[in-house]
Design a protein around this ligand. Structure first.
Ligand code: M6R
Length: 611
């Protein structure tokens, strides 16, 4: 999410840093900053909350910061709110050590305690300030930047890409990474560091990929790598041969991976787009509270994953707002001769806004005189233009055929609608409403935590690569997310899979379970846990291999399952937003393992504009 850029060469560093940061904007950020060492070896820092243009204005496009060596950062808040004070670069007390960091220092609280006991004070809420002061602590001990960083690596748990300026080592950058991307570019007399190649591709296509825990020492036109014992490492320079289209992937191997990684940001943007003074507001969608109050029924029409988001909408809205919701495939709705009801709101959900069946369903509803609301991602698309009211999801352009970030943002729209209806219909208490809003706002951070643990899912995928059939089971919202997980798997891995409401297994599908069949149970609802667990046990006794997607510390699930995939705890109604992430990653890694065209799976198109 955050972005790092560094430069040492003959040019003024600040404009290069700002330019590089602008190429990393897609990653999502809420504050930015740069640090440049001037000709007297003082390190000057400028930071600002908000967009990069504010930082650019503040520094007059970088002109205000003189010097040929510097580091820059775009921050997406994890520890501490988005603010200038929490923005990077961070620094030690006398500003002789200045650092930028991506990732999460998991044991930062313990390290902070240790540093406080050593007499350090803290001005921010960030784990990066802790990281900077830990480097300072070891630098004071060893008087050697490489050894200071090596000690930092040995003490820190978590993921990081860290770039540091030391006043005692002018016009040099020291860097290290673990599980967070970092590349180093070299061109003539210039050396660059960045989270992603596009940030420096304009200047060079010769890059070094920094390995985990390798320490890089950047000087003008030169880079030296060390291991943790301070022994130099030889590394091969790689030549980037990207075409323009691949460069749009911003360093990710596939658009789908990039788009999965954008989910914390798009969820955050969609939540923020619907909150006015901390409360859900549908005025921008064109629906007043009065109008909403008068609907006593909802019909959702959609296709594919958008239909699956509609199924979640059904569970959540019926639970919170106590009004009946019917979810239909657009292709059925359009020909079913539906009964017109003036008090029924028809919602059409579509990423592209161009899906032929959904457009036809919308037209049918309008013809019958029903009020229509479109939940659409693409601005100005046909469905958006023709619907009476439009709620735009804020997923940005989605390129991979298999939707990920658009589905996640549709879920947010669904929760928001349910919450809004619940308030206008007075079916939940103010206290419950506020606690749900709070939980909604915490989803981006929780999604990011799951994405950061992607390796365990990659490992699970490698174990499942030979499976011929996969079943997903769950109840309520867990079932709704199961059908999406199953679709993702089919679409891109070409493995046959089915999703069932757990209670349905005994009514037929259990006959398909045999030795080694993979059954993925989604177990996010406390209330329904034991019921679904019993269904999993039934498949296990018939030879199934069980994987459980569940909340942390679910001992009951861990006892039954062969593999447990943990996600952070959340409100059961919002569980789809978290449970879907490992299911997307699972499908993605299986597709990669099978050598499939992940972004453009066979026989599928991004937007289905024909019947
Ligand atoms: O653009 P839409 O949301 O209307 O598209 C609907 C489906 O075609 C779409 O969700 C499809 O199922 C995706 N390929 C799923 O990943």
């Amino acid at each position: 999410m955050c972005g790092i850029v560094g430069y040492v060469g003959a040019k003024q560093a600040a404009p290069v840093l700002l330019d590089g940061l602008s190429k990393l904007e897609y990653r999502g950020y809420d504050s930015a900053g740069i640090a440049v060492s001037d000709f007297k070896n003082n390190i000057n820092i400028v930071r600002s909350k908000g967009k990069l243009c504010i930082l650019s204005e503040k520094t007059e496009g970088g002109k205000k910061l003189e010097g040929v060596c510097g580091i820059g950062h775009t921050r997406w808040a994890t520890h501490g709110e988005p603010s200038e004070n929490n923005a990077h670069p961070h620094y030690n007390d006398d500003r002789t050590i200045v650092a930028v960091h991506n990732g999460i220092i998991e044991n930062y609280a313990e390290l902070k305690g240790k540093l406080i006991r050593q007499g350090y004070g803290f001005y921010s809420q960030t784990d990066t300030e802790v990281a900077t002061k830990l480097v300072d602590y070891y630098y004071k001990k060893h008087n050697d930047p490489i050894r200071a960083i090596a000690n930092f690596v040995l003490r820190v748990r978590g993921s990081y890409a860290l770039a540091v300026l030391f006043k005692d080592f002018p016009n040099q950058i020291f860097a290290v990474r673990k599980d967070s991307p970092m590349v180093i570019g070299i061109a003539g007399g210039e050396t660059f560091i960045a989270s992603d190649v596009p940030a420096i591709l304009k200047y060079t296509n010769k890059v070094y990929y920094v390995g985990n825990t390798e320490i890089a020492h950047l000087e003008k036109g030169k880079v030296t790598f060390y291991n943790l014992d301070k022994e130099p490492i030889n590394k091969e320079v790689a030549e980037i041969t990207w075409d323009a289209q691949s460069a749009e992937k911003d360093g990710f191997e596939h658009f789908m991976l990039k788009e999965m990684y954008e989910q914390p940001k798009v969820v955050k943007d969609t939540v923020n787009g619907l909150l006015v003074d901390g409360k859900i507001d549908f005025i921008s969608a064109g629906l007043s509270d009065e109008e909403l109050k008068n609907f006593n029924q909802i019909t959702v029409a959609a296709c594919g994953s958008a239909y699956h988001a509609g199924v979640v909408l059904q569970y959540v809205t019926e639970e919170l707002a106590r009004i009946p919701v019917r979810v239909e495939l657009s292709s059925e709705f359009r020909y079913r001769n539906p009964v017109a009801d003036k008090n029924c709101l028809v919602i059409v959900i579509s990423q592209s806004g161009e899906t032929a069946d959904s457009l036809a369903a919308l037209r049918e509803a309008k013809k019958l005189g029903m009020k229509t609301l479109a939940i659409v991602n693409v601005l100005g698309s046909s469905i958006a233009r023709e619907a009476d009211c439009v709620l735009y999801t804020k997923a940005g352009p989605e390129i991979a055929v298999a939707t990920t970030k658009a589905y996640s943002s549709q879920l947010i729209a669904a929760y928001a609608l349910a919450l809004k209806l619940a308030t206008v219909k007075n079916t939940i208490t103010g206290e419950r409403y506020l606690s749900l809003i709070k939980e909604l706002s915490s989803l981006p951070e929780k999604i990011e935590i799951i994405l950061n643990g992607k390796e365990s899912i990659q490992h699970f995928a490698s174990e499942a690569a030979n499976k011929k059939n996969v079943f997903f089971i769950g109840r309520g919202v867990d079932y709704a997310v199961g059908i999406e997980g199953s679709l993702k798997l089919k679409e891109i891995s070409y493995i046959h899979s089915e999703a069932y409401a757990a209670g349905e297994l005994k009514h037929g599908p259990i006959s398909l379970i045999e030795d080694g069949t993979l059954v993925i149970g989604v177990l996010m609802q406390d209330r329904l846990l034991e019921k679904t667990l019993s269904n999993l046990v039934e498949t296990k006794s018939r030879g199934a291999f069980i994987a459980a997607v569940t909340c942390e510390n679910n001992e009951k699930a861990a006892e039954v399952a062969d593999i447990t995939i943990n996600v952070p705890k959340t409100e059961g109604l919002f569980a789809a937003s978290l449970a879907v992430i490992p299911l997307q990653l699972f499908a993605y890694y299986l597709s990669v393992l099978k050598g499939n065209d992940v972004d453009k799976p066979r026989n599928l198109a991004k937007s289905v504009t024909v019947e």
